[in-house]
Each structure stands twice: as structure tokens, then as C-alpha cells.
Design a protein around this ligand. Structure first.
Ligand code: HEC
Length: 108
């Protein structure tokens, strides 16, 4: 009886926490729209090199072109600051656009 209650309580807590954490992690569907600004220079479905390297499997790569690990900090750094032909998006992305974009990049 007690364990059933505990299970129900755990499930209830999960219901409460999931939407909040999902929001924090960003919305990949919305991030896809943001990505349209990147698609001119970056392929996402193939390994094709456009102006910039393909972002397919970005987060599965051991290292990015600049030799740094493909993690949130380093990817966000590139997106914000740009460099080597990549424009900086710090002034362009607003609100949740960056977190949503990162969520989308993780699906590639
Ligand atoms: C005008 C073309 C252009 C646009 C637009 C652009 N990029 Fe880039 N991007 C580049 C180039 C060129 C590089 C390669 C820089 C280098 O080699 O150091 C690059 C590199 C990157 C890298 C590093 C990839 C790796 O494997 O090392 C990431 C991540 C990235 N861009 C993400 C984005 C995102 C996200 C957007 C949209 C917000 C975007 N880029 C828009 C040209 C562009």
C-alpha cells in the first residue's frame, strides 16, 4: 500500500517537473525555425560542406574544427562570437532562441 502511494507520488512529481525542465532545455521544434538562419551556410542532413562545415552529428563529434569539445559552452561560444567566416549571432538571437537552437542541434 505504502509503495503504491510512493509510486503515485513519484509519478505526480515527475508530471510537475517534466514541463519545467523541458522548457529549460529548449524546444527543438522552435529551434529548427531558428536554424533557418544557419542553413545557408551549414548542412544539417548530409555531410556536405557549404560555407561552413555540416552540423550533422555535431554533438556526437569528439572535437569541433577549432579543436574544442562539442559541448554546450563551446558551441554557444561559436554561435555567439563566430569567427573564421562564421558570423556572430549574439546580437541577433533573442530570448529562448539560443536554447531552442541548441536543443535542435542536439537532434542532428
Ligand atoms: C555566413 C555563413 C554562416 C552562417 C549564416 C552560420 N555559420 Fe556557422 N560557421 C560558418 C563557417 C565558415 C564556420 C567554420 C569556422 C571555422 O572553421 O573556424 C562555421 C562554424 C560553425 C560551428 C563549428 C562547427 C565545427 O564542427 O567546428 C558551429 C557549431 C556553427 N558554425 C553553428 C552555426 C549556427 C548554429 C548558425 C546559425 C545561428 C550558424 N553557424 C550560421 C559559417 C556560417
Amino acid at each position: 500500500m505504502i509503495s503504491r502511494f510512493a509510486t503515485a507520488l513519484a509519478a505526480f512529481c515527475l508530471l510537475l517537473t517534466v514541463p519545467a525542465s523541458a522548457q529549460k532545455k529548449g524546444d527543438a521544434a522552435k529551434g529548427k525555425e531558428v536554424y533557418e538562419q544557419c542553413g545557408v551556410c551549414h548542412a544539417h542532413a548530409t555531410d556536405e560542406k557549404k560555407l561552413g562545415p555540416s552540423l550533422k552529428g555535431l554533438y556526437k563529434k569528439a572535437k569541433m574544427h577549432n579543436g574544442k569539445d562539442a559541448n554546450d559552452t563551446n558551441v554557444i561560444d561559436i554561435i555567439k562570437k563566430g569567427g573564421n567566416g562564421m558570423p556572430g549571432f549574439e546580437e541577433i538571437l533573442e530570448g529562448d532562441e539560443l536554447v531552442n537552437l541548441i536543443a535542435y542541434l542536439k537532434t542532428l
